[in-house]
Write a protein that binds this ligand. Structure first.
Ligand SMILES: Cc1cc2nc3c(=O)[nH]c(=O)nc-3n(C[C@H](O)[C@H](O)[C@H](O)COP(=O)(O)OP(=O)(O)OC[C@H]3O[C@@H](n4cnc5c(N)ncnc54)[C@H](O)[C@@H]3O)c2cc1C
Length: 379
């Protein structure tokens, strides 16, 4: 991909910047991990969508601008530089939507994507189970055939924002007793308010209630909500995971903006030499990540699906995020904990980065085995 931006790209950037300047709320919205904040962020999604800024890379038929991945990257740079709110619709937009583009039917795309684009339907990811996190294929929640669809039973856990979300997507065992655990799984979408669903918030250190576990007891799902073929869920899930780790979950714009903010903080604090190398590392890291992501987008646009390289991105951004926040907290000293600068909250969240979207230990295994061709480790 040519990294030089064309005049048309720059015009797109200017349009996005002007829109964001006019619309980004002057005060931060309440946390989207609370009921009030969730609603406020949902309204923000609707505002973005009204002018077609919520999913710029999607086809226009579903609420996008057909702008393509390179301009999505431009938009994200502007979005984060403008300090715009976190995206409550991110599970749907970054994980489910690419999965539907790869494996969904036209009917599913037409039905699911437009309400997702405007925040009317917010999605949760229901993958992890109490005994199936890293080893996701060992999941035991079941999908049992019934007239016109499936009945789901089991428990899902660690579901981000599920306490306030509308629908969820996940994997279920539809053929027990297969030779390998990856076989006989089915990928389904379901309603979090359907009869048989109990959503229970999981306590967080900060007391915010959006993180949840889900209990499913014969929850009916119609056939139209199966993505891909029944029994082929693992293949479908790998498309979700590649997107989660490799491209859309953490755009370089987020880190370019954060590194700029860190540079500003360092300068404001008298440019202490003790932090100079760490600040330089953050700036270089953001640029390196930008180049790597552009290369991934470029390969993707040329028809190469996102493969195990996604694990490199995942390890990089999660470790980068922690280092960047640690540097900011060092610069702030005691003030970092006392004042509401955003750095301390960001630091706490960054600590979860090496865990969610697949732990870094698992990503390193994938890198070792599938990219470097090293022998399989003992499991
Ligand atoms: C903030 C946050 C948000 C999340 N959001 C969601 C969500 O929305 N939806 C969802 O479905 N899940 C979500 N998760 C769950 C997340 O995907 C899991 O926590 C993760 O996959 C790890 O699974 P586990 O917690 O069961 O840990 P385990 O799999 O029990 O792992 C425990 C430790 O053992 C290590 N380990 C396990 N197996 C191996 C191995 N073979 N080799 C080396 N080390 C190994 C792990 O790396 C880890 O350090 C979220 C988690 C967090 C922290």
């Amino acid at each position: 991909m040519d990294l030089a931006r064309s005049p048309a790209d720059e015009a797109f950037r200017a349009e996005a910047r002007a829109w964001l300047r006019a619309h980004v709320p002057s005060e931060p919205l309440p946390s989207l991990e609370t009921e009030e904040g969730f609603a406020a962020h949902r309204a923000w999604e609707a505002e973005l969508a009204a002018d077609r800024w919520s999913v710029v890379h999607w086809p226009t038929a579903y609420g996008g601008r057909d702008a393509g991945l390179p301009r999505w990257l431009v938009f994200e740079e502007e979005y984060y530089a403008a300090g715009a709110p976190g995206r409550v619709g991110q599970n749907g937009v970054n994980l489910l939507a690419p999965t539907l583009f790869d494996h969904g039917t036209e009917e599913q795309r037409a039905r699911v994507l437009p309400p997702m684009a405007c925040g009317e339907v917010v999605w949760a990811q229901a993958w992890s189970e109490p005994e199936a996190g890293s080893d996701l294929a060992s999941l035991t929640s079941r999908a049992v055939r019934t007239a016109g669809g499936w009945l789901l039973t089991g428990q899902k856990t660690w579901s981000s924002r599920a306490a306030f979300a509308d629908r969820a997507f996940g994997l279920f065992r539809s053929e027990p007793g297969t030779a390998r655990p990856h076989q006989g799984l089915t990928y389904l979408m379901f309603d979090l308010r359907a009869p048989g669903v109990t959503v229970r918030p999981i306590g967080r250190l900060d007391g915010r209630p959006a993180f949840a576990e889900l209990f499913l007891d014969d929850v009916f799902v119609p056939d139209e909500d199966v993505i891909g073929a029944p029994g082929q869920g693992w293949r479908v899930a790998m498309s979700t995971a590649g997107n989660e780790r490799g491209l859309t979950l953490r755009s370089p714009g987020r880190f370019l903006a954060a590194a700029d903010r860190l540079l500003g903080l360092w300068q404001e604090r008298g440019s202490p030499a003790s932090a100079r190398d760490a600040v330089a590392d953050a700036l270089i890291g953001a640029r390196a990540y930008e180049l790597f992501t552009h290369a991934a987008a470029s390969r993707f646009l040329q028809g190469t699906p996102i493969g195990p390289e996604a694990s490199l991105n995942k390890v990089f951004w999660s470790e980068y995020d922690i280092a960047l926040h640690e540097t900011a907290l060092d610069l702030l000293g005691e003030e970092g904990e006392a004042a509401d600068t955003g750095w301390s909250e960001g630091y706490v969240f960054s600590l979860a980065g090496p865990i969610y979207a697949g732990t870094n230990e698992i990503q390193r295994d994938i890198i070792a085995e599938r990219l470097l061709g090293l022998p399989k480790g003992r499991r």
